[in-house]
Design a protein around this ligand. Structure first.
Ligand SMILES: [Zn+2]
Ligand SMILES: [Zn+2]
Length: 339
């Protein structure tokens, strides 16, 4: 059986080495695997990191890890799903199941895990094979294209928000306003928080205001610390893939506050002045992916709170231009490949 897919031969700058659309042969289904006909796949910043080689030199792979589709076939041992189920496949393709992390429900930290669209072929493809133990039956109420971005952009934002331990009604600041932040802003607002968005992109700040941000600020308009220091900020989530906002955020949060870094890759070095950025029990914490428990919680919350992405549909053939727009911060919300 064959599938049409956007294929990465060798990583490099997206402008010079775009993904190639080609027909690939699908391998035989193993006993714990399912074959899914893909209906939607979100374009995530991590895909751009994969394509440009920032996560290591991965060759001959189909990116895409925000995948929604319908099960066409199940392996002989699969119990959790059946043919016809609508399911989601996300970044965590599988984990070992027997290490200290897997045994304690922290499979996101397993050192033998595999990733969709990185170590296994992902969802920039008409069909995908996935591990039955790591896919999600999806709630009714949201469209395929609306759910796809929730599976990574949304779920990472949710885990970041959860690890921030924000006290009820507190003020959270988010640095950067791409796919993940625009979903996490909605989550935080609907749970009763005040939200401040910091971004250099005026269009992004406009969208943030439309989605309910209480205050927006561009570093082009002045010093971040001077403008935010009196805003009673308890926590910050860093979505921009850069060390600069991390250092700024540590300075503006209140004593006891947390700075959560959502990105899988950060440009630049983090330099911390102990007195002004870390003392008074401030905490700096990175987020690695999500656990399956996080995803179940988040899909419930997103359905109940009606958290929906601002998105536009694209064709598989347009994925290179979507990745380029993402790189240049030209996207509003997210782009989703529709099959
Ligand atoms: Zn493990
Ligand atoms: Zn992602």
């Amino acid at each position: 059986m064959k599938t049409k897919a956007a294929f990465l031969e060798k990583p490099g700058k997206i402008e010079e080495k775009p993904l190639k659309i080609k027909e690939l042969k699908l391998p035989e289904l193993k006993e714990n695997e399912v074959l899914i006909k893909v209906s939607a796949c979100g374009v995530c910043r991590t895909d751009l990191h994969v394509v440009e080689g920032e996560l290591g030199n991965v060759n001959n792979i189909v990116p895409g890890h925000e995948v929604v589709g319908t099960i066409e076939r199940v392996g002989s041992e699969v119990k959790a799903q059946k043919t016809g189920d609508r399911v989601g496949v996300a970044w965590l393709y599988s984990s070992c199941g027997s290490c200290e992390y897997c045994l304690s429900g922290r499979e996101n930290l397993c050192q033998n895990k595999k990733f969709t669209g990185f170590s296994k072929n992902g969802g920039y493809s008409e069909y995908i094979i996935a591990d039955s133990g790591f896919i999600f039956n999806l709630p009714v109420g949201l469209k395929d294209e609306e759910i796809a971005p929730l599976l990574c952009s949304g779920a990472i934002g949710y885990r970041s928000f959860k690890l921030a331990h924000a006290s009820p009604g507190s003020t959270i600041t988010m640095f950067g306003f791409g796919g993940s932040a625009h979903l996490t802003l909605q989550l935080a607002k609907k749970l009763g928080h005040k939200v401040i968005i910091v971004s250099r992109n005026e269009e992004h700040l406009k969208l943030a205001s439309e989605l309910g941000a209480d205050f927006t600020f561009s570093p082009k308009n002045g010093n971040i610390y001077e403008n935010l220091k009196d805003k009673d900020i308890e926590n910050a989530i860093i979505f921009a893939p850069s060390s600069v906002p991390i250092m700024n955020a540590l300075k503006v949060i209140k004593p006891g506050g947390r700075v959560i870094v959502a990105g899988i890759h950060i440009d630049g070095e983090i330099k911390i002045d102990y007195d002004s950025q870390l003392f008074h029990e401030k905490l700096l914490l990175s987020v690695e992916s999500y656990t399956r428990q996080d995803m179940l919680e988040y899909l419930r919350l997103a359905t109940n709170l009606e958290i929906k992405p601002v998105y536009s549909d694209i064709k598989l053939e347009d994925v290179n231009s979507a990745l380029t727009e993402l790189k240049n911060s030209e996207l509003m919300g997210v782009k989703v490949i529709k099959f």
